[in-house]
Design a protein around this ligand. Structure first.
Ligand code: PLP
Length: 391
């Protein structure tokens, strides 16, 4: 039996919620989407939620709603999924990266500040900064907010990993320190809608712009129109938008899943604690948790001491994979991808991201992972070199 690094947990209630939509009048643009947006707002304590067909779409329309365009600069973390950076390129903006912190692997506040000081002198400050809550642990949002006040950038939290997490006791997504927060509902994430995402905000105007961009830039609200309606059929396209809508089928699954969000996060914490205890007294760094945060533990990232384990990073991955354990690496530094590499980023600017990439391993973690499977993972991780040839 192979063990993936993450997977969904689907209940009979989830299945019934989807079936109910399939038997209803609306498969899309019906009541399930606003209902899901309502429960996301209830969970997060945010004022507005715009549900879309992926977090990638949410990042794109969040950038556009904040006015990101050609010639602008957007900064994100060096260690993230490519979507956190691609959204800026969709808008014609330039992307740059901030190195990660050595303890949390989130955007380093020191490197961010250093880069801002330099950019301020050369007139190249970013319009938007996108901190990423890696593995589900919130970034130091208070520090990022303080810097945004000084240097005038806007903030989009890429919380794709972090629904169900808290920062300073408040739910991630409440946007206390940001303009917009984005969540992903891909099946490997904390809760799922199949594909899907949402953008939360407390800014009514941003929410209205994102709602417009989600559906072709078309409005049926006479107050937004340029002309008086010609009749009851009338709608107007008032900007260039997309079809980024979430279906009612997906939204109903999301509304059902969010009921178990607290339970999912608790179970992920139990699994993380169990991994921690299995790794006590072994030369493997466990995920460090900042006291201001309560992670959703989307990922459980370890950093083995390769010297003491007498194995290369690649050998450990190959050993795990050979035993059906689909450990993964989150992530390849974005500037290393060929699409980005040609744009002239210098690896030497990101020493922590480079070191992280040479050591990090995401071990399987998801509700449904059994104690026996966890034991198998740890045994494979710690297996002494030459074990197979000895016996
Ligand atoms: C998964 C993920 C995304 C993209 O989410 P989709 O819903 O698949 O578009 C963006 N950023 C990060 C950090 C992610 O992990």
């Amino acid at each position: 039996m192979t063990i993936p690094y993450g997977r969904q947990s689907i209940s009979e209630e989830d299945i019934q919620a989807v079936v109910d939509v399939l038997r209803s009048d609306y498969l899309t643009q019906g009541p399930a989407v606003p209902r899901f947006e309502e429960v996301v707002n209830e969970w997060c304590g945010s004022s507005y939620a715009t549900a879309v067909n992926s977090a990638t779409s949410a990042l794109h329309i969040a950038c556009l709603a904040l006015g990101v365009g050609s010639g602008d600069r957007v900064w994100t973390s060096a260690i993230t999924f490519v979507a956190s950076a691609n959204c800026a390129h969709y808008c014609g903006a330039h992307v740059d990266f901030v190195d990660v912190d050595n303890d949390t692997y989130n955007m380093s506040i020191d490197h961010l500040e250093e880069k801002l000081v330099t950019a301020n002198k050369s007139g190249t400050l970013p319009k938007v900064v996108i901190p990423v809550h890696l593995a589900g642990q919130s970034c130091d949002m208070e520090a990022i907010k303080r810097l945004s006040n000084i240097y005038g950038f806007r903030v989009i939290e890429d919380a794709s990993h972090a629904i169900g997490a808290t920062y300073k006791g408040a739910p991630v997504g409440r946007c206390d320190y940001s303009d917009v927060t984005v969540f992903s509902f891909h099946p490997v994430k904390i809760i799922t809608t199949g594909e899907g995402g949402v953008a939360t905000t407390n800014d009514q105007e941003l929410a209205a712009r994102m709602a417009l961009l989600r559906s072709h830039g078309v409005t049926r609200d006479p107050n937004q129109m340029f002309n008086p309606p010609h009749g009851p059929w009338y709608y107007e396209q008032i900007t260039l938008g997309f079809n980024y809508r979430l279906t009612d089928i997906s939204a109903a699954l999301g509304t059902s899943q969010i009921r178990r969000l607290a339970e999912f996060v608790d179970e992920r914490h139990r699994l993380a604690r169990r991994y921690n205890s299995l790794l006590v007294d072994h030369p493997v760094r466990i995920p460090w948790q900042h006291p201001d945060t309560h992670s959703s533990f989307h990922l459980y990232v370890v950093r083995p001491d390769l010297g003491r384990l007498q194995a290369t990073h690649r050998e450990i991955f190959e050993r795990l994979r050979a035993q059906g354990i689909l450990a993964n690496l989150h992530y390849i530094p974005v500037y290393r991808h060929p699409y980005y590499a040609s744009k002239g980023y210098r690896r030497s600017e990101f020493p922590n991201a480079e070191q992280y990439y040479s050591e990090a391993i995401s071990l399987p973690i998801y509700p449904g992972l059994t104690d026996g499977e966890q034991d198998r993972v740890i045994a494979a991780l710690l297996e002494p070199r030459g074990y197979q040839t000895l016996f």
